[in-house]
Design a protein around this ligand. Structure first.
Ligand SMILES: Cc1cc2nc3c(=O)[nH]c(=O)nc-3n(C[C@H](O)[C@H](O)[C@H](O)COP(=O)(O)O)c2cc1C
Length: 350
């Protein structure tokens, strides 16, 4: 199966399925002499891990990462960094009902059409579990970014139609939905509980902000950094839309409102979201991912089996009621990978 490798100079390949022995990533092209420990990666994985809260699946995975290569005495060596995470709590029997039928909204139908083989156990490679490997690789990229003075922060700006009104950075880590508005977080929790008890699911929007990014990252014309960032986020399951800066709102603005005026001290506003002509401006990068509701729901839906016969389906097993908040660290990781790649691509020219 191709399409599992990402990046040009900072290159990541992920492998593994939801119910296989393990998932993992190989990071190739990471510069040497970067401080890196399993604990650095573990800290990020712990943020994505299924928790026993209402938004998340009850699959209990430790997500314990092991570094197999590329690190010596706490420093990267410049050789491929192989990261592996064992799957310990896969309960494939719970997916037996799905052996011959396709879940509406999931990748079951399209994977079957493409490969002609049905791995019905937990979504296989289309499972949210694959994103643990991305988070592990993203943690390596984040170390490189931190060394260059960049910070990448993700948070929830909408869930089930409830949007944030205020931004309090301290609040993000203080609530399980990673929401910067404490009041909105409470209303989001209520919505989630209602949806979960009804056997349904909800969507939401995650935002990622990069601070400390230098001007000049991004390549003309097909490797624009906004195109790469959008592609990176769209490549995550459930993401159906990406906005940069003022996003879709730009279509309703006048030029005089949309342009970011430039003064001797720099740009005065940031409707562009930190990028112009696919190259970073030196302002914060601001990007959002709109996520659809989780496909696997406990309500009866219409579907077909592998022979095309009509069927009714009620999905059991352990599923998130909303991809928020678990997708937030995944979005951060993908942004880290894109920026690390473009930092390395820009370096030789300086
Ligand atoms: C972190 C994360 C967790 C997910 N958990 C589930 C889940 O528990 N159940 C489910 O049906 N889909 C889950 N998904 C979504 C599916 O992976 C995704 O909807 C599916 O691959 C179809 O792709 P699409 O939504 O991009 O069309 C999760 C996605 C992510 C990123």
């Amino acid at each position: 199966m191709s399409g599992n490798t990402f990046g040009v100079l900072f290159r990541v390949t992920t492998f593994g399925e939801s119910h296989g022995k393990a998932i993992g990533a190989v990071v190739d092209g990471c510069p040497p002499n970067l401080d890196l420990s399993a604990a650095d990666i573990q800290a990020e994985l712990n943020r994505r891990k299924p928790e026993s809260h209402n938004a998340s699946t009850s699959r209990k995975e430790e997500d314990r990462v092991e570094i197999l290569s590329g690190v010596f005495e706490g420093k990267t060596t410049g050789t491929p960094i192989a990261l592996i995470i064992a799957n310990r709590d896969a309960q494939s029997a719970a997916y037996e009902d799905l052996r011959d039928v396709f879940r509406p909204g999931h990748g079951d139908y399209t994977y079957f059409k493409k490969y002609g083989i049905r791995d019905h156990r937990g979504g296989g490679r289309a499972s949210g579990r694959e994103t643990a490997a991305r988070v592990a690789a993203g943690a390596v990229a984040r170390k490189l970014l931190a060394r260059e003075g960049l910070d990448v922060l993700g948070y929830t700006v909408e869930l089930g139609g409830v949007g944030v009104q205020i931004f309090s950075r301290e609040t993000i880590a203080a609530n399980r939905l990673l929401c910067p508005d404490p009041e909105a977080a409470k209303r989001m929790e209520q919505k989630l509980e209602e949806a979960r008890s009804a056997g349904d699911s909800l969507g939401g929007i995650a935002e990622v902000r990069v601070t400390g990014c230098p001007a000049g990252l991004g390549e003309p014309v097909f490797d624009k950094i906004d195109a790469d960032l959008a592609g990176a986020l769209m490549g995550i399951g459930t993401v159906k839309g990406v906005e940069i800066g003022a996003g879709f709102h730009v279509s309703r603005m006048k030029g005089s409102e949309c342009n970011d005026p430039i003064g001797p001290g720099g740009f005065k506003t940031n409707h562009a979201g930190g990028m112009l002509a696919g190259i970073t401006t030196g302002q914060d990068i601001v990007i959002r991912a709109a996520c659809k509701p989780i496909a696997s729901i406990a309500l009866e839906q219409e579907t077909i089996d592998v022979q095309g016969n009509p069927k009714k389906i009620v999905v059991r097993g352990r599923h998130d009621a909303c991809v928020i908040p678990r997708i937030v660290p995944v979005c951060e990781a993908m942004v880290c990978l894109v920026i690390a790649d473009h930092l390395l691509r820009q370096k030789p020219r300086r």
